[in-house]
Write a protein that binds this ligand. Structure first.
Ligand code: M6R
Length: 584
């Protein structure tokens, strides 16, 4: 949610800031702004809309600056609410949420200070300015002590040729190469040789060509260097029109990498010892990652006969969850920065669970909090709609389910060559292009299935809503007749997922009920007999039903993509959303 950048070097800062913002745009894209300092004067340019609206800031002169791309939390998306915010000598960009902003703002108003935005962030500039009597870092520390909530801050002070940083709960990285760079995420750091992460409660000072890190008491500390793949992040959309399209096309390669990683990965072997002692499993996650958790539950309980509870992280964190002895909590998060998932994971750990992070970002906040780390190796995912990361999460979770089964002396169906199956699934899923006119013109859509197919229905529905803006529901096929059937009208699209031979005919009962009420049926199946019966169907290659979500989700990802295009939407950057949800 929101991305921040900073540049201090010998070149003009504006170009580097804009490049960084383009790479961070997935974190929010309702407004953007930069501030560049030259001869002790700070100039700010802000615009409503995407980073391209800010191209006019490229001419700003100065070799030090900060920038921001916003996902609105407090105040509408508008130029006045765009960052950077200025008060007096202080100019700053902020990612996070200040929970006591209202009280602090009241306090500033009684001092006669004026505000120019509706944001929670502007008050931070007021506080820093108030405490700015000597060392700026001390003033920032004093201001931070007044803040409740989360923040990653980059601050410029007029007259000081330096960038000041502070972090609590929101990610903040610093890179060193020809210049010093700041960003919320690694790919936005551009061309660097070293990268460092600020830990929670730390401060940093970028001056000349030096970076100094400080703890919460402003005592110097050694920075935490991050290992990174220099190639990563340079792979752009190449021949694809959209990142989502590219990321779906990468699913076979991601699964092929996972097959290698989890056949030979010694970390996973270490983790096996944890699995041997595990008696209960809790999975916490949000959105698509939550659906991966639900698929894992199906496999874990079936293969290992171990009880597995899956909870949306934003609910888990505000319950008083029961964590029994020998509980393993798996927190699933592509970004590793989702605030609710991190909070839920920490709560489970505090209550005694062994915390395993399943994430795609090895240097993320979730990784740092975890006792064990399982990396998905899906490569950078840019499109807001999660696709390849879901398939990668499923692969690892199924590997965990199998390992748990083996640790209990139980058998598990062999893993097939999933990369080849996914490749075939991508080919046959192109059929859904012919379905899109039905969806593009529809008022709503429904996805139904049973067991793991039901979970895939939930994911297909989420994907469709997210990027096509078509109201949609994922439903347990057997539940349709208990209320939702009333919503079906002539031509309402209903997608049925049927990959489990034992349950398929039961699912088809619900299909017949829906069809009798005028629904237009679309089928995703691995069963040739069923496919032959339906006018609109995708026949997937055979796969053991335990693992079928790995490929049955692919036609639904494509359906959402093509429907978004047919409805004239940008599939990579859906309205109102952001890739990484670092606020509650
Ligand atoms: O980074 P995370 O996996 O923790 O993100 C969780 C959700 O925000 C995410 O899966 C979201 O639901 C996707 N945009 C769905 O496509």
């Amino acid at each position: 949610m929101c991305g921040i950048v900073g540049y201090l070097g010998k070149k003009q800062a504006a170009g580097a800031l804009l490049e960084g913002l383009y790479r961070l745009e997935y974190r929010g894209y309702d407004s953007a702004g930069v501030a560049v300092m030259d001869e002790n004067v700070i100039r700010i340019v802000r615009r409503k809309g995407r980073v391209k609206e800010l191209e006019c800031a490229r001419h700003l002169v100065g070799n030090i600056g900060i920038g921001h791309t916003r996902w609105a939390t407090h105040g509408s998306p508008s130029e006045k609410n765009a960052h950077p915010h200025r008060f007096g000598r202080v100019v700053l960009v902020h990612n996070g949420i200040i929970e006591n902003a209202h009280a602090l703002k009241e306090e500033c108003l009684t001092r006669g200070e004026e505000f120019s935005s509706e944001t929670d962030s502007e008050v931070i500039a007021h506080l820093i300015e108030r405490y700015l009597t000597g060392d700026p870092l001390l003033a920032i520390k004093k201001a931070c002590e007044r803040l409740q909530g989360s923040y990653a801050l980059a601050v410029l002070i007029e007259g000081k040729h330096a960038i000041y940083l502070a972090r609590k709960k929101s990610p903040l990285l610093v890179g060193k190469g020809e210049a010093l760079l700041v960003a919320s995420d690694l790919p936005a750091l551009g061309n660097i040789s070293h990268a460092y992460a600020l830990e929670d409660g730390q401060f940093a000072l970028l001056k000349g060509d030096e970076i100094a890190f400080y703890d919460g008491e402003l005592r110097p500390v050694s920075p935490k260097e991050i290992a990174f793949d220099r190639e990563e992040g340079e792979k752009e959309t190449l021949c694809f029109e959209h990142f989502m399209q590219k990321e779906m096309a990468e699913i076979p390669a991601v699964l092929a990498r996972s097959e290698v990683d989890f056949a030979t990965d010694s970390r996973f072997s270490d983790f096996y010892r944890v699995l041997c002692q595990t008696e209960y499993i809790q999975i916490v996650a949000c959105g698509t990652a939550f659906h991966a958790g639900l698929c894992a539950k199906e496999a874990i309980e079936r293969l290992a006969r171990i009880s597995c509870e899956v909870t949306v992280a934003s609910e888990y964190r505000y319950r008083d969850p029961i964590v029994k002895e020998n509980t393993l909590c798996i927190a699933v998060s592509q970004s590793g920065e989702t605030a609710d998932t991190i909070a839920a994971a920490l709560l489970s750990k505090e209550k005694g669970a062994h915390l395993a992070a399943l994430t795609n970002v090895a240097y993320s906040s979730l990784t740092r909090a975890a006792d064990s780390v399982l990396c998905t190796n899906a490569g950078r995912e840019v499109a807001v709609a999660a696709t390849k990361s879901f398939n990668a999460q499923l692969f690892v979770l199924y590997s965990v389910a199998r390992a748990l089964a083996f640790s209990r002396g139980r058998e598990a169906p062999p893993m097939q060559c999933f990369s080849a199956l996914a490749y075939r699934a991508l080919e046959v899923a192109e059929e859904v292009r012919s379905w899109t006119p039905f969806f593009a013109a529809a008022k709503s859509a429904y996805f139904i299935g049973r067991g793991a197919d039901y979970v895939v229905a939930l994911e297909g529905s989420l994907k469709l809503k997210e990027i096509s803006y078509l109201p949609s529901e994922g439903y347990a096929a057997g539940e349709l007749k208990h209320g939702t059937l009333a919503l079906l009208e002539e031509g309402t699209p209903v997608v049925a997922i049927a990959t489990n031979e034992d349950l398929a005919e039961k699912t088809m009962n619900a299909v017949h009920e829906a069809r009798s009420r005028g629904a237009q049926i679309f089928l995703v199946t691995t069963l040739p007999g069923l496919a032959a019966r339906e006018e609109h169907s995708v026949l997937l290659p055979p796969i053991d039903e335990v693992y079928s979500p790995l490929i049955s989700v692919i036609p639904l990802q494509k359906l959402a993509y093509y429907t978004a295009l047919a409805r004239g939407n940008d599939p990579d950057k859906p309205r109102n959303l952001a890739k990484s949800v670092t606020v509650e």
